[in-house]
Ligand binder design. Structure first.
Ligand SMILES: Cc1cc2nc3c(=O)[nH]c(=O)nc-3n(C[C@H](O)[C@H](O)[C@H](O)COP(=O)(O)OP(=O)(O)OC[C@H]3O[C@@H](n4cnc5c(N)ncnc54)[C@H](O)[C@@H]3O)c2cc1C
Length: 141
């Protein structure tokens, strides 16, 4: 039987480089994750440790391969996201990823994207990725 090859799923110890408040209860963390920054594609997510027993899933909101950074947007819902949103510059987090298949964009020339709520975070990665590749874009939020 042929074994299906999985995409890279590695644990990274990521340093928080920036914690920016976007709105009350909503923050954007910039993390030092060189491997994720160079391999992630839009639509993928990461699993991040917090003060709760289980990791919390967060969509990848941006990746900068040159800087070796990724971004995750957090809307505070319960204790886990409250803890993650409170993390400050210099603190470290265990990040598992990139996870999920992401969007298949090879050969795509025009994109219509629709998102709401925390779906806006991965949308921002998708739009930046599409813009850099010269795709025509319409986004509905
Ligand atoms: C693939 C994926 C990607 C995601 N991406 C993002 C993202 O980019 N950004 C983002 O902000 N979120 C994202 N989420 C959602 C995020 O993971 C959840 O909001 C987070 O896991 C909640 O964890 P928490 O500990 O903060 O809340 P929890 O404590 O788990 O609570 C979640 C909700 O359940 C309610 N709740 C908890 N316990 C009870 C109870 N006993 N009775 C009734 N209600 C209860 C809480 O009030 C809260 O509204 C994503 C989720 C998935 C699956």
């Amino acid at each position: 039987m042929e074994m299906k090859k999985h995409t890279t799923q590695i644990e990274h110890i990521a340093t928080v480089l920036e914690n920016e408040t976007l709105a009350p209860g909503v923050v954007m963390l910039t993390l030092d994750t060189p491997l994720i920054a160079t391999t992630a594609i839009p639509g993928q997510f990461v699993h991040v440790t917090c003060n709760q027993y289980l990791r919390r899933p967060l969509g990848i909101a941006g990746a900068d391969p040159q800087a070796g950074t990724m971004q995750v947007g957090i809307q505070i819902k319960g204790e886990g996201t409250r803890d993650l949103a409170s993390r400050r510059k210099g603190e470290t987090l265990s990040v598992l990823g990139p996870l999920g298949s992401g969007f298949e964009l090879d050969g795509v020339e025009a994109l219509i994207a629709v998102a709401g709520g925390t779906g806006l975070f991965p949308l921002s990665f998708l739009l930046e990725y599409a813009k850099q590749r010269g795709m025509r874009i319409a986004a509905f939020c």
